[in-house]
Design a protein. Structure first.
Length: 243
């Protein structure tokens, strides 16, 4: 249950995402839309929809936006279907970058992603060029409304099925096997004084690349440029930020 620099990277990413709330609403709306189109309107049986609705709740997305998106998807009025696409490449200092997108226009998305790499010290590679450096993992972030008792929290995490945890101030970062994510979330969401702020499947790097300040700033610009695309849902990387 050792801590890793990856947790600092999560905090870094979350801080930047909070500055782009409007774009987050657009991305989550697409995720909700596609989840309903492919798996139906019931979040109990449609885990992809449940995850998307959780994300909407975490960023305080207006209920009207959610309802409108679900009705639109259920009615299938516009005939749009989004395709899940993965892009892989290299960022500053040889960092591995793994990008997931939902798009109805692969050519447009590929051009946007390639431009983001080229303008920010990176290069788009072939599929498979960096994915072997990552593992698909369940990831939860909890915020505590009280001082965290690490021993007590660790016991709760282990009992729920989590297998990696770190406490930083009043934030608890947990990793799970992908198949255990929902079970762990269900068991932990009722802990007194704890609020789940994120629960998702993520690509977690096996090894990190330590970035100096200059490379870290350029890597941050690359991540920002990729996330500026409405089609890009997630950007994962193995860069270790110095801040």
């Amino acid at each position: 249950m050792a801590g890793h620099s990856k947790w600092n990277n999560i905090k870094h990413r979350k801080g930047r995402q909070d500055e782009k709330r409007g774009k987050l609403f657009t991305k989550i709306s697409k995720e909700i839309y596609q989840a309903v189109r492919t798996g139906g309107e019931n979040p109990v049986t449609n885990l992809a929809l449940r995850s998307a609705l959780d994300k909407a709740k975490q960023v305080n997305m207006p209920k009207d936006n959610i309802d409108r998106t679900m009705k639109k998807a259920a009615g299938g009025l516009d005939g749009v279907d989004y395709e899940h696409v993965v892009y892989e490449g290299y960022g500053p200092a040889g960092t591995a970058v793994y990008v997931e997108a939902l798009t109805e226009n692969r050519n447009r998305t590929a051009a946007e992603v390639r431009l983001a790499f080229n303008k920010n010290g990176g290069s788009l590679g072939e599929n498979g060029c960096v994915s072997f450096m990552f593992q698909r993992r369940g990831r939860l972030i909890l915020k505590s409304e009280r001082q965290v008792d690490e021993e007590e929290m660790l016991l709760s995490v282990l009992e729920a099925g989590g297998d990696d945890m770190q406490v930083v101030e009043q934030m608890v970062y947990i990793e799970t096997d992908p198949s255990s994510l929902d079970a762990v979330r269900e068991q932990l969401e009722n802990l007194e004084g704890m609020v789940i702020t994120e629960a998702e499947l993520a690509m977690v790097p096996d090894v990190s690349v330590i970035l100096d300040e200059a490379a870290a700033e350029q890597a941050a610009d690359l991540i920002d440029a990729l996330e500026d695309s409405d089609d890009v849902q997630h950007v994962f990387h193995n860069g270790s930020f110095p801040y």
